[in-house]
Design a protein around this ligand. Structure first.
Ligand code: SF4
Length: 351
């Protein structure tokens, strides 16, 4: 194994792969469980601490592997209490994670790709383009770094940079780690995967047995408008996505959350309220209304440059009208826009 390639990171191996690896160096398979325990239960960052391994095994691991996949470069603090972590990967790429406190709840919004290929018009990450998928270790280490700066994470949302279901294998591996009962990290009810609607992967996630919460970036119930602001809707139209979501709910016995970024004159009309109400009555659901946060820091062109937020008054009225129709609505407060950490603003210009 070449220590200069990405394989050198031990957290990029699944437990099964570690068992195979230990067998290949004539070590007992149970060493894999012990190593897993050091990495994820004790969150050890140093092979020298692993005293239930012989000195020669510790030396072997040190010579062949590294533990931490991403380096912490910067922590920015918002006046709202939100923190944004800038992390650097082994190949000098940068990713961001956001920690959002809200009373007792502290949510980590983590990234699954460097950039994103999907080009949603309201999203700064989309404007960066796509560089590569993050490895399982790079996803999990965002959680470990967040804890290392003193944040007591109670919830995880896969809603940072990238589309998690386009990095399906690694997203799934990271979910397996987070939901592993040996770790006592978080229950599946506190982990949400947010997708723009990758139909076949929603079905696969439903069949995985992980039963985490699912959120759909909806933003319009009308196919033509949704295709305009989310080009992925041309490939997987809302009709097919909703069939997949229905299947997900049936298999997991959960509720769907619809993410809805309010865009002036595009999705904040009375007909949107009517259509959203109909959609929400179709299956157990709630809506998260998100104020559109400026993406001017990315100097966008085309439709992205023309988008404007719905006024605060109109947004609150929109939410009230939905509530009057019996729909569960949360209005997400903008948090962290002073450090470009609010929803839709994550992007690293230096890529
Ligand atoms: S909203 Fe999500 S899926 Fe769309 S471009 Fe941004 S990161 Fe990608």
């Amino acid at each position: 194994m070449n220590k200069t390639d990405n394989l050198k990171f031990v957290k990029n191996f699944s437990e099964e792969e570690l068992i195979e690896y230990f067998s290949s160096i004539n070590e007992k398979p149970y060493r894999a469980k012990q190593l897993y325990d050091w990495l994820y239960v004790k969150e050890s960052l140093d092979f020298d601490e692993m005293l239930n391994f012989s000195k020669s095994l510790r030396e072997h691991l040190k010579d062949n592997f590294e533990i931490t996949t991403v380096k912490q470069k910067e922590v920015q603090h918002s006046s709202s209490g939100t923190k944004k972590l800038l992390l650097e990967t082994y190949d000098n790429k940068f990713i961001e994670s956001v920690i959002i406190p809200d009373g007792e709840r502290v949510t980590l919004c983590l990234s699954t790709q460097v950039g994103c290929p999907l080009d949603c018009k309201f999203c700064a990450t989309g404007l960066m383009g796509y560089k590569r998928n993050l490895t399982p270790g790079e996803i999990v280490d965002q959680y470990i770094h967040s804890k290392s700066i003193g944040s007591k994470i109670t919830n995880i949302v896969y809603m940072g940079m990238g589309e998690p279901l386009l990095n399906f294998k690694n997203t799934l591996e990271s979910l397996r780690i987070f939901t592993d009962t040996r770790l006592e990290t978080l229950s599946r009810n506190r982990i949400t995967v947010s997708t723009s609607g990758i139909t076949p992967k929603i079905i696969e996630l439903a069949d995985s047995g992980l039963r985490v919460q699912l959120a759909l970036s909806l933003h319009s119930t009308f196919e033509d408008i949704r295709s305009k602001i989310m080009p992925i809707n041309v490939k997987y139209d809302l009709k097919s996505v909703l069939i997949a979501v229905e299947y997900y709910l049936k298999m997991t016995d959960t509720k769907i959350t619809y993410e809805y970024t309010m865009l002036k004159d595009l999705n904040d009309r009375d007909e949107d309220i009517k259509s959203l109400t109909k959609l929400c009555k179709r299956m157990p659901s709630k809506i998260n209304i998100i104020p559109f946060n400026s993406i001017k820091h990315m100097s966008p062109g085309g439709l992205s440059a023309e988008l404007e937020p719905t006024s605060r008054n109109k947004l609150m009225l929109f939410a009230d009208k939905l509530r009057n129709n019996g729909i569960t609505v949360m209005v997400r407060e903008t948090q962290g826009d002073d450090i470009a950490a609010a929803c839709g603003q994550l992007a690293v210009k230096s890529l």
